[in-house]
Design a protein. Structure first.
Length: 338
């Protein structure tokens, strides 16, 4: 007999409650409230008790959920900490498909993914182990950059949870520039990766606007029981759509940025644009190209022009040209002193 759609949704909600490591041992009231919040209607305790019984005992459902009640914690839990109704055994065809992607999966372990995700990938590897050992040794045909474990990534899953659940946080933030610590109250909205580093975008109560915080400078985060300041998604999405990198320069607006690149770098930029707004304005007789960007100038864009100053010259705006020139002059003076 087919599962009632609403009942199936309740099973998923119960599973979410029992696998939420930030709120272990949910009570019956917690589970009922979660079902009511998600489905927008009232449920009796007996309904949820029947759901739990079905998840544990219904052979047709094949969940065989190891749900137990802890008297000491007065809440429910899975006796098997690794269990979830979403854990489905792999068949032989799926194993063969995953085997072909082992190298790709291995590229996403380490600093890019939290410990729980690493464990999930390792479980997939374990399911392939028996079959792989029976076959001829397979050599890797994909080689990726090894990722360094950056400081602060241990808080990635914490912030992911607070973004999904819309929970305000407080943390200590260290300023490399000012060399001091600040206590920040923030409302997390987005986790962004740029050049193998992770950043938290959040509404900052101190700054009264969206701010970017490098995870390497964040420590001791805690969740707060205060109202969440929800920023419209279109504002969050546009926060980076007009910026290269993560840190817009202060008091700058979206504007046209024009620069000229030598022939070699021009070919690279044609294939790998700095930003989606990049267009070719003019091509010189010997292959040099004048490019145009429409962006809010950022620290990362400034750094890009400085690092490629041998191959690039900024034409407009003058303010950006002067910042590049000033940085190069300072670098020359500092280098000459050594």
């Amino acid at each position: 007999m087919p599962i009632n759609k609403e009942a199936y949704i309740r099973y998923k909600i119960i599973d979410e409650c029992l696998t939420d490591r930030f709120h272990p041992y949910p009570t019956m009231d917690d589970i009922v409230r979660a079902c009511e919040d998600k489905l927008g209607k009232s449920f009796s305790i007996s309904t949820i008790q029947k759901d739990i019984k079905v998840m544990k005992e219904d052979e047709a459902l094949e969940y065989k959920a190891p749900i137990c009640f802890s008297r000491s914690n007065q809440g429910y839990y899975y006796s098997d900490k690794e269990y979830s109704i979403h854990t489905i055994p792999l068949n032989s065809e799926e194993i063969e498909s995953l085997e072909a992607m082992t190298d790709v999966l291995s590229a996403f372990t380490g600093s890019r993914i939290s410990e729980n995700y690493n464990q999930a990938v390792q479980k997939i590897f374990a399911s392939l182990k028996e079959k792989t050992l029976q076959q001829e040794k397979r050599y890797k045909i994909i080689q990726t950059d090894s990722q360094i474990q950056h400081k602060g990534f241990e808080n990635f899953e914490f912030f992911l949870h607070t973004i999904v659940k819309k929970i305000p946080v407080c943390f200590i933030h260290y300023s490399y520039k000012n060399r001091h610590f600040n206590s920040i109250i923030a409302h997390p909205l987005l986790l962004k990766e740029f050049q193998n580093k992770w950043y938290l975008v959040a509404y900052s109560e101190q700054h009264k606007c969206l701010r970017t915080f490098g995870l390497d400078r964040v420590s001791n985060p805690i969740m707060l029981k205060i109202p969440f300041h929800d920023t419209p998604s279109e504002i969050t999405e546009s926060y980076f759509s007009n910026v290269y990198g993560t840190y817009p320069l202060p008091n700058e607006k979206k504007q046209k940025i024009i620069f000229i690149a030598n022939p070699l770098l021009s070919e690279y930029l044609k294939s790998n644009p700095i930003h989606k707004s990049q267009i070719v304005k003019k091509t010189g007789a010997y292959g040099s190209v004048v490019f145009e960007l429409e962006l809010i100038p950022s620290q990362e864009l400034l750094n890009y022009f400085i690092q490629n100053s041998i191959n690039i010259k900024v034409i407009k705006p003058q303010t950006l040209y002067k910042k590049v020139l000033e940085s190069l002059c300072n670098a020359k003076i500092n280098y000459s002193k050594k």
